[in-house]
Design a protein. Structure first.
Length: 119
């Protein structure tokens, strides 16, 4: 009977260890994938902007629609950038209004800012 209790406890310990491994925070690569997915698939920023550091090219062929290439260049006060992206400023405005959440925008900006060393 002692052996079966031990085996049962060992089995529970193994399951607990596996569960702990599966519930790990996102790695840097996963975080980059999330930001890249937001940039390319969710908000389609690559329609106008390229990110050469990670091989993203702007899809538009129109020079008047093409925005600057990004990566390491996006710096500054988040509130000002968010207001610009959401067309909430009186001065120069982003061509297409960003409709995502603050968290999504922050994820994209953090990712773009982190690419500076890679350029």
């Amino acid at each position: 009977m002692r052996i079966s209790r031990f085996a049962g406890l060992a089995g529970l310990a193994v399951l607990a260890l596996l569960a702990a491994l599966l519930i790990q925070p996102a790695t840097a690569a996963e975080g980059e994938k999330d930001a890249k997915t937001l940039f390319v698939e969710t908000h389609k920023c690559n329609m106008c902007h390229g990110v050469p550091a990670v091989g993203i090219e702007a899809k538009t062929k129109s020079e008047s629609m093409k925005g600057p290439e990004l990566g390491g260049k996006v710096k500054g006060d988040f509130a000002k950038i968010a207001a610009y992206m959401r067309k909430e400023t009186e001065d120069k405005k982003h061509k297409k209004e960003f409709k995502g959440t603050d968290e999504e925008l922050q994820t994209i900006l953090d990712w773009l800012g982190s690419l500076e060393a890679q350029e």
